[in-house]
Design a protein around this ligand. Structure first.
Ligand code: HEM
Length: 226
């Protein structure tokens, strides 16, 4: 059901699954970094599997979930990006439900890099071959080492994107007086004259979460090795 309002009224822009995935990623990524630095590979593997599950779920939710969770509309062309910035330059706050066209690309980049990062971890092998990801048995030692090297580089790229991400959010707060963090916590944003986005049911999210968890469990237990 969609509704429009002329006055600024709270609109649910982010559903619960998007917010949960977002705020779970933050401590999990920090913990993954810390556990790797400390050489706690047992913990590192578990937090990596959790990130993989969240990203997998977010991709599935991005295919069939709520309107603002969908990933395909984020593939904005240069025209849409320049139109947004022309409009945003004229108004102090251009009302946006969901991601703006440039923000959309950063979301896709972060999800793609997190997916690549976790999949590389599954194949990675440490220098003496003692610690390895669960799928490393399917590749040579050399390939596992290459996966480990790219796994480390990708982490730094993700970190760079997160810095840009937080910087962009601070820019919106300071220069555009647009608080993006509040809606990412509560789900709601006061917007005037915009249609409320269509929300997908929670039961669908639960089914997709079970599917994502099942895939991660199967991969980490290497079911197909039998
Ligand atoms: C590990 C760190 C982080 C990662 C990987 C990350 C990732 C993401 C992703 C993927 C989205 C898109 C949401 C979705 O559609 O699923 C997003 C949105 C958002 N994030 Fe983060 N985030 C991180 C840290 C933070 C922090 C520290 C803040 C708070 C300052 C923050 C605030 C937000 C906000 C406000 C949005 C919505 C932006 C918008 O309105 O378009 N994020 N983040």
């Amino acid at each position: 059901m969609s509704e429009t309002s002329a006055r600024a009224a709270p609109v649910r822009v982010w559903d619960l699954p998007v917010r949960l995935v977002h705020w779970l990623l933050l401590p999990l990524i920090a913990f993954s970094w810390w556990s790797a630095e400390e050489g706690r590979l047992d913990w590192h593997r578990l937090s990596g599997y959790s990130v993989l599950g969240l990203v997998l779920f977010r991709i599935l939710w991005g295919l069939v979930g709520s309107q603002t969770a969908r990933l395909a509309p984020l593939l904005a062309g240069p025209g849409a990006i320049s139109r947004y910035f022309k409009k945003a330059g004229l108004e102090t706050r251009a009302p946006v439900v969901g991601h703006n066209p440039l923000g959309g690309w950063s979301v896709l980049a972060m999800l793609a890099l997190l997916a690549a990062q976790t999949v590389l971890g599954l194949f990675a092998v440490d220098v003496d071959g003692i610690e390895s990801g669960p799928l490393a048995v399917f590749v040579s030692f050399e390939t596992g080492r290459v996966a480990a090297a790219i796994h480390e580089i990708t982490f730094n790229v993700i970190l760079g994107l997160v810095v840009l991400h937080v910087g962009a959010i601070a820019y919106y707060a300071v220069f555009k007086r647009d608080n993006l963090v509040g809606p990412m916590i509560t789900g709601r944003k006061a917007l005037a004259g915009v249609a409320a986005p269509k929300l997908a049911p929670l039961w669908l999210a639960i089914i997709l979460a079970i599917m994502a968890g099942g895939v991660v469990y199967a991969v980490t237990k290497s079911f197909w090795a039998f």
